[in-house]
Design a binder for this molecule. Structure first.
Ligand code: CP
Ligand code: NVA
Length: 314
């Protein structure tokens, strides 16, 4: 794995290693252990859209690994004045060890990666959110000990996070049922790709059908960043797609609810569910940190032992 642009970049062995590394980083951090694996390394983080979790978890993650993260608002860069993405990629590759990008267009990240000589990580695009999916898989494994054979129900917009869940269906072995109003159903090409990767993906007619007997219920905002002009139409279309007590009551015993956050309380999810016993949302948010640290350690090969010793000795 050179880049993490799509969840499809993650193979089964990659996933197993990332999950094991993240579990170890999480457990040892709780015991007060430090992991200075990336001393002297820097991560540039370019944001074309707002972020709370992605920004903070990557920045803190780099710090905890002994490295440094630079928050670059696209508005403050020469990109805003027309500098080419390809030129920016070439130059940043001379300074930093990896680049994380949150972009309006997925193609921007692909173009950046095509010209970068360092790893590029997708911190969310209009098409995918692979870092989120890795944290979600980790959270499900914490709760169930596995993903294989579970049923995941997506209720709501067939958006970037939903796409990554669909594309990961083969990787996780989860049956993915999607309930979305017709105009907001996932891109058929994404569903076809998910199936080609061995995923079992079912288009459910109603939220109730998707959730019946499910082990994991996913939802997300009805209005993703960039879709604000459609807000009124979306609110109408998504009435009936709220994850509430009644809907969750149809799921399997022991089912958990995930939401990548930010949540719009009272819209796609009720307070009772978000704050209730079925919610794994706060662990899910925390796990962004541990899993991304594993991703960073894997993509930015740490210094070899000799240079590390030299550094410690000054
Ligand atoms: N889930 C997620 O990516 O959150 P932010 O938009 O706050 O980064
Ligand atoms: N689907 C949401 C996810 C935010 C983390 C969006 O794109 O705005």
């Amino acid at each position: 794995m050179k880049d993490l642009i799509s969840i499809l970049d993650v193979s089964v062995p990659d996933l197993e290693r990332l999950m094991a590394d993240a579990a170890r980083l999480k457990a040892e951090r709780a015991e007060g252990c430090c992991h200075p694996l990336l001393v002297g390394r820097s991560l540039a983080m370019i944001f074309e859209k707002p972020s709370t979790r992605t920004r903070v978890s990557f920045e803190v993650g780099m710090y905890e690994l002994g490295g440094h993260a630079l928050h670059l608002n696209q508005e403050d860069m020469q990109l805003r004045r027309g500098e080419a993405v390809s030129d920016t990629a070439r130059v940043l590759s001379r300074y930093v060890s990896a680049v994380m990008i949150r972009a309006n267009r997925h193609e921007t990240i692909e173009e950046f990666a095509a010209h970068a000589t360092v790893p590029v990580i997708n911190g969310l695009s209009d098409r995918e959110h692979p870092c989120q999916l890795l944290a979600d898989i980790f959270t499900i494994r914490e709760r169930f000990g596995r993903t294989d054979g579970l049923v995941a129900a997506w209720v709501g917009d067939g958006n970037n996070v939903c796409n990554s869940l669909i594309l990961a269906a083969g990787l996780t072995g989860m049956e993915v049922r999607v309930a979305a109003p017709a105009p907001y159903a996932p891109d058929p090409a994404v569903v076809a790709r998910g199936r080609a990767e061995g995923g079992r993906i079912i288009s459910a007619s109603t939220p109730e059908q998707a959730v019946a007997g499910a082990d994991v219920i996913f939802t997300d905002t009805w209005v993703s960043m960039g879709a604000e002009v459609e807000e009124a139409a979306r609110r109408q279309a998504f009435a009936g797609y709220r994850v509430d007590d009644r809907l969750v009551g149809l799921a399997a015993d022991g089912a958990v609810v995930l939401h990548c956050l930010p949540a719009h309380r009272g819209d796609e999810i009720t307070d009772d569910i978000l704050d209730g016993p079925r919610s794994a949302v706060w662990d899910e948010a925390e796990n962004r940190l541990h899993v991304q640290k594993a991703v960073l350690a894997s993509l930015l090969s740490p210094f070899d032992e000799r240079s590390f010793q030299q550094m410690l000795l000054g």
